[in-house]
Ligand binder design. Sequence first.
Ligand SMILES: Nc1nc2c(c(=O)[nH]1)N[C@H]1C(S)=C(S)[C@@H](COP(=O)(O)OP(=O)(O)OC[C@H]3O[C@@H](n4cnc5c(=O)[nH]c(N)nc54)[C@H](O)[C@@H]3O)O[C@H]1N2
Ligand SMILES: Nc1nc2c(c(=O)[nH]1)N[C@H]1C(S)=C(S)[C@@H](COP(=O)(O)OP(=O)(O)OC[C@H]3O[C@@H](n4cnc5c(=O)[nH]c(N)nc54)[C@H](O)[C@@H]3O)O[C@H]1N2
Ligand code: SF4
Ligand SMILES: [Mo]
Length: 742
Amino acid sequence: MGRMQARLQNLLLDREGPLTRELVRAPGGFGLGQVPEKLKPDATTTMVCGYCSTGCGMDVHMKEGRAVNLSPSTDYAVNLGMACPKGWEALTPLSAKDRATRPLLRDKGGRLRPVDWETAADTFVTRMRAIQEEHGPESVAFLGTGQMVSEELALLGAFAKFGMGMKHGDGNTRQCMATAVVAYKQAFGFDAPPYTYKDFEESDVLVFVGANPCIAHPIMWERVCKNPHDPRIVVLDPRRTETAQAATDHVPLRPKSDLTLLYAIAHVLIRDGLIDRGFLDAHTAGFDDFAAHVQAFTPERAEEASAIPAPEIERIARLIGEGERVSFWWTMGVNQSHQGVRTAQALINLALMTGNIGRPGTGANSITGQCNAMGSRLFSNTTGLLGGHAWDNAEHRDKVGRILGIDPARMPTEPGWAYDQIMEGILAGKIRGLWVVATNTAHSWISQDDARAILDRLDFLVVQDMYATTETVEHADLLLPAAGWGEKEGTFINSERRIGLVKQVSRAPGEALSDFRIFKLLAEAWGVGEMFRRWSSPEATFELLARCTAGRPCDITGIDGYDTLDALRGVQWPMPKGAQVKRRAERRLFEDRRFHHPDGRAKLLFTEPEPLPEATSEAFPLLLLTGRGSSAQWHTQTRTGKSPVLRKLAPNVPYVEISPRDAQELGIEADELVQVRSQRATVKAKAFVSHVVQPGHVFMPMHFALTNRLTLAAFDPYSRQPAYKGCAVVIERIEMGTPEVR
Ligand SMILES: Nc1nc2c(c(=O)[nH]1)N[C@H]1C(S)=C(S)[C@@H](COP(=O)(O)OP(=O)(O)OC[C@H]3O[C@@H](n4cnc5c(=O)[nH]c(N)nc54)[C@H](O)[C@@H]3O)O[C@H]1N2
Ligand SMILES: Nc1nc2c(c(=O)[nH]1)N[C@H]1C(S)=C(S)[C@@H](COP(=O)(O)OP(=O)(O)OC[C@H]3O[C@@H](n4cnc5c(=O)[nH]c(N)nc54)[C@H](O)[C@@H]3O)O[C@H]1N2
Ligand code: SF4
Ligand SMILES: [Mo]
């Protein structure tokens, strides 16, 4: 038996019975510590949820070594005994019938056929290598995710870039958080969301911009509801969302007019002396230029842009200026915009101008999306070198190289391409091989007809997923079957920077392997297994990653292993060596008012607002907004779609929300099937006639693949995040003789 075969056999043997210590240590074995032996067969264990970035703690109840049920933890600082429907139903999707259980390889006839892991690994290596040999090492790329544990993200990024010699790799975090990352880096000197969830309870004014936490972060919203200060809750959203309905003040601004409106608020604050000059002088840079810039942004000018009356803008400005503890929260209504970074920074500026940072109940706070978007920001090796380092810094490369035992000469010296550049690279024939891990590009990427055509141009597409039926798998040449949340261990970082533990409470079906094991296997097959010896298990990897953070703002060298995370009930970064952190502690950043730029000051940044990339016109008179439809649906629904309970809690057919006035003008009845057309595509959806959307706007949830057939590929210039919210469409009745939608 060859060496490779022996390793593979060990790998698969592990899956049959409980993994013994002997097997872990066996020569040639992967040496991956496994959790089941740690778990008592009928005990209850604790871990964090694998959907959204809230990061709720769950008590998972085991019977005969397998999870049978779960309930939200009452002693976890995040959720205090609460969970949303997805969390309660988190185990169900694991036993779905369409789980990927064996590697599948597309044959000459175009059909995906089962192969063994050895063939899969061999094919991966042979095909990727052949492409690199013909077109250069940079002709293969990867797309990762914010939905794997940090240990896996890091191993993927390290193997791809240091082992395989890839230069370009990005992830779905680009679709989601890139804007916040850039906004924070430029303003604070480091990607540092400053808040703790306790701030939801401690504010007396909360300003939510382009965020719908009632649906997207229901347990964060529960924390808002626990606020004892009878707070003012201001919601800036073109739609009258569930959150807007529950707020004290809804500002239904025109889409993407936020920038102008926020500048007008700054204008009023300065004009009326409602700013904290002492704070600005001592801890910030750029205020005078900013003040000069917003001089021209009168409430009247903002009224014209936003359709919010000037006196109302003045009123909101005063609420902010006169509040004691004001917090600003933003999500995708800001990030997914052609001017997202500067809009986020306009919010940061408001917090800085009013001294609302580093104190309880304050902050310029970006709410993250996926369970481990924050982990991907620190450890994915995409935009930055792992552990909060920079590619173009030789000292950083040396330090990380030393800790990992990897030659820094193997490290790229600049960031690779962003997601959209990788897609463009495929179109230009520069990228020929792509490895997509835990994201569903053919559903979620913007302007999807183009996206699918682009995927089909690849010489070799590898998809690594839990399910064999995703839209992206349809385009794959090779499918690698992955274990999901609950079937492997590792750590997630939530929105408030809390590192939480994920455990194995169930066995993956068939021959599916954890992503960690798949990466180890492929590294062996590639011939660089030795390079990743130190990454012997997820926990050993965590320890390596922690060491890499030494001296960075995200320093977690004080966390000595998973047991500490468990004992403290999650830990918010930073926790440097020697730091004393209490169990269930809730900590915020910048209490010392020192930011991460060399001069310790935060920067106020600004720009001229730009028009929408695609304005409405006579032919396309309506503006399409997209986003989350319900708390029971997750993204492309590969997971939530498998739960009969969750399916009952949300509409199962594609729909478009339209205002009663527009519906009447177009002669559209409630629940009628209509045609939605953009310059890219025409799709059919049910008309939901609702006051939630304003006349002139329509909304479609992102949970159905057809929504992104309509969207326009436009991006923020600084973050390269797609502008998913705002393209021009027309809605038409389907009458006799209407041509079939293709
Ligand atoms: N149930 C559920 N929860 C989720 C997810 C899910 O799929 N399902 N996904 C998770 C992820 S990854 C993310 S990123 C978050 C997203 O969480 P959110 O950002 O809260 O959700 P969205 O619905 O995408 O967008 C929020 C709001 O932005 C508004 N908006 C659109 N354009 C504008 C604008 O120009 N200005 C302003 N002010 N508002 C605008 C929309 O009307 C929408 O109500 O949710 C996370 N939580
Ligand atoms: N129109 C529109 N489009 C949008 C958005 C919008 O608001 N409007 N929002 C954007 C945002 S914010 C986001 S975050 C993206 C999300 O877009 P995607 O990342 O494409 O969405 P998911 O459905 O979460 O895809 C995750 C994939 O990983 C698989 N998976 C889950 N767990 C694991 C695992 O542990 N290992 C492996 N290997 N696979 C796993 C799932 O089966 C699924 O196929 O969508 C973006 N697209
Ligand atoms: S709010 Fe988010 S983390 Fe909490 S249970 Fe729901 S999906 Fe899971
Ligand atoms: Mo997201």
